[in-house]
Design a protein around this ligand. Sequence first.
Ligand SMILES: Nc1ncnc2c1ncn2[C@@H]1O[C@H](COP(=O)(O)OP(=O)(O)OP(=O)(O)O)[C@@H](O)[C@H]1O
Ligand SMILES: [Mg+2]
Length: 510
Amino acid sequence: MPTLADEFRGWLGQSRRRIGELGLEPRIEHVGRVAQIGDGVATVTGLPETRLDELLVFDGGVKGLAVDLGEQAIGCVLLGDTGGVTAGSMVHGTGVVARVPVGEALLGRVVDGLGSPLDGGALVVAETLAPVEQPAPAIVDRALVTRPLATGLLVVDAMIPLGRGQRELIIGDRGTGKTAIAVDAIINQRASDVICVYAAIGQKASSVAQVIEAVRRYGAPEHCIFVIGEADAAPGLQWLTPYSACTMAEYFMTHGRDVLLVIDDLTKHAAAYRQLSLLLRRPPGREAYPGDIFYIHSRLLERAAKLAPERGGGSLTALPIAETQAGNISAYIPTNLISITDGQIYLDPRLFYEDQKPPVDVGKSVSRVGGKTQAPVLQELSESLRLEYAQFLELEVFTRFGTMVDERTRKVIAHGRRIRAVLRQPRFAPLTLGEQVALLTAVSEGVLDDVPLDRVDAFRSGLGSWLAQHCPEAVSPEDRAATLSEHDRLTNALKALARAVAMPMTADRP
Ligand SMILES: Nc1ncnc2c1ncn2[C@@H]1O[C@H](COP(=O)(O)OP(=O)(O)OP(=O)(O)O)[C@@H](O)[C@H]1O
Ligand SMILES: [Mg+2]
């Protein structure tokens, strides 16, 4: 029978063996403590080696970014739920700046600003990690914007054309269809090789779900990445979202691909940043925004570029969205963004309520780059369209007072109303270049002038199948080199369609 001493000896031997097996080696770890914690920000002490924008990990796994480095303490923006983190809990320095996974593995996924999946799928196994903040491409690495980016919306493609590598602001009041334009642009890329990245900042979960659903239903979701910082996400994560999305988009640009980045929206991004800055006790400036509010948006949008051929020739087109209050585009954040971007698409609430959707105000909208990239055949037609439309808008105001007008003016107004009807377009129904050219030909040839106004929609929706049947390849190929080879035949086909839709009882009505 073993004595107590034997048992003890055995136990001692075992313990020695176990300790001997343990691989003990020295490890340097930077550890600090939380001095103060509040809504989305924390003050940390005892991490003297921390770098700017370094990722810190709190007890419980929540991450934070060091954004203020002081002599005594570090100001840190939290990137997740702060439950469990208290004053006095430990903070670990990681020695690396915030990075996100990039690569093909992200295509078709819904992730947050740190690249963690939100779609219930597996963790994203990326090729590499890339820093969320990267310098914009240098001037020598850039090339001129030469290729168009078709949105499938006639009013945009004809009047405010976009080029690959351009930055175009979509601006308007609440609920005027800003997201709808961006989503239509994404959906139209189902017919192209453009990769789309949609970044949602401070949006309601239901709005985000609608966007994802629309792209899954009508677009090519396998070419899209959704980076979501919802309204209830930590403000730090909302602030980080567009930078992460831009990094994910840049990966494809540097690999020679064309990318479309939608940032929905930068007004909420500015508000999230203001909240963080005030909590970090940075001095408030105009409208309580911090002094660097212009810089945080310009350094983001400067990353959109068309790269030179020796850099792979890829491009990143940015479509930031901004919300205005009562149509005030001269407010602080809107003016900042207008001056950073290469033009804006202004959505007018008055047009929206008049059911002119998409409610693009062509007078206040401009594209300073894309005009040169437009297919010449479309360019020619839209030039006269712009002129005729502007003329009509001026005359229409005049006739609102009930002034008697002569026959010629009446014709110009009737023609203008057809143009306006043609520029109206339902959602999820992008037009091909051929259909756009055909529609504008119908306008310029006066084919639509005899079609009742309420039948113009039927003309547009029937156009695609009618052309395929009666005049295929009138406009080809479907890119910048497109030419209109059979003008007369196309006009005749359009006239026949106009007759068919104008007579609702006709049997061959489309
Ligand atoms: N071309 C269109 N045809 C028909 N309905 C449209 C069109 N464009 C937008 N809408 C409708 O208008 C409503 C508002 O659109 P959307 O959500 O895109 O606006 P928003 O400006 O992004 O709003 P918010 O300011 O809330 O983000 C939606 O119900 C949408 O379906
Ligand atoms: Mg929206």
